[in-house]
Ligand binder design. Structure first.
Ligand code: SF4
Length: 371
């Protein structure tokens, strides 16, 4: 994908970016501030850091068992067009924007995370867009990866639906970066994840980063219900684990389609060929529409069994945005709290990837966390 325009804010040192950008359409100035969601994806703005970017995932809701990941929101909007994407209901300025100052981002993270040196912070860059989906986002991610190597109690979580991993491959990552993929059957990718890399290319990129020594994260989220979903998800798991060793997979998350009711019309207007809004959906306490609980639980259990068949049961697997009763019905157990899940993830990282977390996590400190 190429951008129609690229704008660099006057405060940014252009020399740092020239190598990465097509010279012909770069201009210096303020953000063009687009308002059309789809148009904004074709215009890139590289700007300075303004205000705080590091915070807890905005989806965290104490009524659900959330994984309490942190995020640094230095990217806004995304080159891709997933029909279910909440950004179409969220962004006001839709220009695809990225904060250029990696050092300032790292200093903010260092200051905040040093207040809890005992805690393993998982920090994602995907809250408002794909972490590496297009050049120069992937080049910027490579700079963050290098800087994260010096943050002892942090893991950088890149998350993508692309295959744009080349800039990451020669970086000295110090094992402190997880490269994660959102995965779905190819028929879902084709219809509902427009512009993203096909499944085979995503798996090829996984192989490349695994060879470069990065742990891999997998997100079966959102699972989409459709006629023939069982065989499609079975084939998806087989396709991944035929080529990826479960030992390189640090964690797996599972979740299902969800979106705010007011998004339904926007989705149908933006993507008339989508099938996601025609399914039966029920409204949850968090004002999100989801598949009815028995269907969600059945889909999660089915996927979990396929993961076991593929030998991936050693990978720490968790549900995204579900209540304890759903955990209980799927896994036969549930974390006691959000802090407990945070501890379980940290403990699994310590046991399976001790180079990232050499000391065992202190359970009582995680359990004392308040949300
Ligand atoms: S990859 Fe993520 S951020 Fe980008 S369009 Fe899809 S859901 Fe939205």
């Amino acid at each position: 994908m190429t951008f129609k325009t690229v704008t660099i804010h006057p405060e940014i040192d252009q020399a740092n970016w020239e190598r990465l950008l097509p010279a012909s359409n770069v201009r210096v100035g303020p953000s063009p501030k687009m308002s059309d969601y789809r148009q904004g994806k074709r215009h890139l703005f590289i700007g300075p850091k303004r205000g705080q970017l590091f915070h807890l995932c905005a989806s965290l809701d104490p009524r659900y068992i959330c994984c309490s990941t942190h995020v640094v929101s230095h990217i806004s909007n995304c080159p891709f067009e997933c029909t279910y994407c909440f950004l179409q209901n969220y962004l006001t300025d839709t220009t695809l924007s990225v904060v250029a100052d990696t050092r300032a981002i790292i200093e903010e993270i260092r200051e905040k995370t040093s207040e809890q040196p005992w805690r393993l912070f998982r920090i994602g860059t995907w809250e408002l867009g794909d972490s590496i989906g297009v050049n120069p986002l992937n080049e910027m991610a490579a700079r963050l990866v290098m800087e994260f190597a010096s943050l002892d109690n942090c893991i950088l979580k890149l998350r993508t639906k692309s295959d744009q991993v080349t800039p990451l491959l020669d970086v000295d990552h110090g094992g402190r970066c997880v490269v994660s993929w959102t995965v779905n059957p190819q028929e879902v990718i084709k219809r509902e994840e427009i512009g993203t890399a096909p499944l085979g290319k995503r798996i090829g990129a996984m192989e490349q980063v695994a060879r470069a020594g990065y742990p891999i994260g997998l997100h079966f989220d959102p699972m989409i219900f459709f006629k023939g979903w069982q065989r499609a998800y079975e084939k998806l798991v087989e396709a991944i684990f035929n080529r990826i060793n479960p030992k390189s997979v640090i964690w797996i998350s599972i979740g299902s389609l969800r979106f705010n009711p007011e998004m339904k019309k926007k989705i149908e207007n933006n993507y008339p060929n989508t099938k996601i809004t025609s399914a039966e959906l029920v409204l949850g306490d968090d004002n999100k529409l989801r598949y009815p609980r028995p269907l969600r639980e059945g889909m999660y259990r089915f996927l979990l069994e396929r993961l076991r068949d593929a030998g991936a049961d050693e990978c720490f697997t968790y549900l995204c945005m579900e209540r304890p009763n759903v955990w209980q019905n799927v896994f036969g157990r549930a974390p006691r709290s959000i802090g407990h899940l945070d501890y379980l993830i940290a403990n699994s990282v310590h046991n399976r990837f001790p180079q990232i977390a050499p000391a065992p996590p202190q359970k009582e400190l995680y359990l004392s966390l308040e949300y």
